[in-house]
Design a protein around this ligand. Structure first.
Ligand SMILES: [Zn+2]
Length: 302
């Protein structure tokens, strides 16, 4: 059944014009109110999610690796809708492109992540990425100004530190890079655990209740249906690769790619980056399987 997405309020920020020729073609920054007091700041190909309460703001990924500008624009976008300070900065996962830039909130914010993200963020040795001082293993709740957001770890997927932020009162979830909306997962699945990824999506589908899904890159808003769609894609990819192997295709050969492509085009051919990233997704899946096999040989179970 097709869902009708609620009307999105799109506010174009009256931002300072960007300097430099490269910025001329970039879409303007946007601040979208995706639910009451719940926003997505969209800039530079990244999405930052935040929730405004009477006692402060709960913010997420500053996504400002290339310089302070995006984080500063994010702070300005927050200040355009509230005078409240950012009290929490929640890292969606450890990857530097999303994690860097939170120093602009460091005077008022406590930094939070999954436990597995703490050391990798510390290892960045990046003053613009404050090390989390609160971390969790399975789940935690953050209550601020009468609003509660819940953080969940669904297992390893795109990384081993990816979380879901759930805003139960608004039926909105925020998750980054592991539930792409109508797009293939990124390139050759760097740092990922493809088989566990499938299980983590199954867990999210079964255990978390939400209507709207905000992700870390445009198109910004999807729905819970995207969870099952990405799971089906990864399962179908895995099955098609095994079938190609069984039919005698060498790993990553044009023959394998063609066989898998023929299998998946009907269901996923319209997804963003299908043509470009399918061979890379295959490569990443095979590399992850090889790594798992090597680990199994290195540590035989008694
Ligand atoms: Zn990532």
């Amino acid at each position: 059944m097709k869902r009708i997405l609620p009307l999105l309020f799109v506010l174009l920020l009256a931002a300072v014009p960007a300097i430099g020729a490269a910025a001329q073609d970039a879409p303007a920054d946007e601040l979208r109110e995706v639910a009451e007091d719940t926003y997505a700041f969209v800039s530079g190909g990244y999405v930052s999610f935040f929730v405004v309460t009477d006692a402060g703001v709960i913010a997420t990924d500053p996504s400002s690796q290339n310089g302070p500008e995006r984080a500063e624009a994010y702070a300005a976008a927050i200040a355009s809708v509230t005078e409240q300070p950012v009290r929490y900065l929640i890292y969606s996962h450890e990857h530097a492109d999303h994690a860097i830039g939170g120093n602009v909130f460091a005077e008022t914010a406590t930094f939070v992540s999954h436990r597995n993200a703490v050391q990798p963020i510390a290892d960045l040795e990046e003053p613009r990425a404050p090390v989390p001082t609160i971390s969790f293993s399975d789940e935690m709740a953050i209550e601020l100004g009468g609003t509660t957001v819940e953080l969940y770890y669904a297992g390893r997927n795109h990384s081993d530190s990816s979380i879901v932020l759930l805003h139960p009162a608004q039926g909105v979830a925020f998750a980054v890079d592991f539930i792409p909306v109508d797009s293939l997962p990124f390139q050759n699945l760097p740092d990922a655990y493809p088989e566990e990824w499938i299980e983590s999506l199954r867990w999210v589908d079964r255990n978390l209740d939400f209507d709207r899904l905000v992700i870390g890159h445009p198109p910004v808003v999807g729905s819970k249906e995207n969870v099952a769609e990405v799971r089906a894609y990864l399962e179908d990819l895995s099955t098609a690769v095994r079938a190609a192997q069984a039919a005698g295709a060498a790993d990553n050969s044009p023959e394998m790619v063609d066989t898998v492509r023929a299998e998946l085009t009907a269901d996923y051919g319209e997804w963003t980056n299908f043509d470009e990233w399918l061979p890379l997704n295959i490569e990443g899946l095979l590399a992850a399987r090889a790594a798992e096999d090597a680990a199994a040989v290195a540590t035989p179970t008694a």
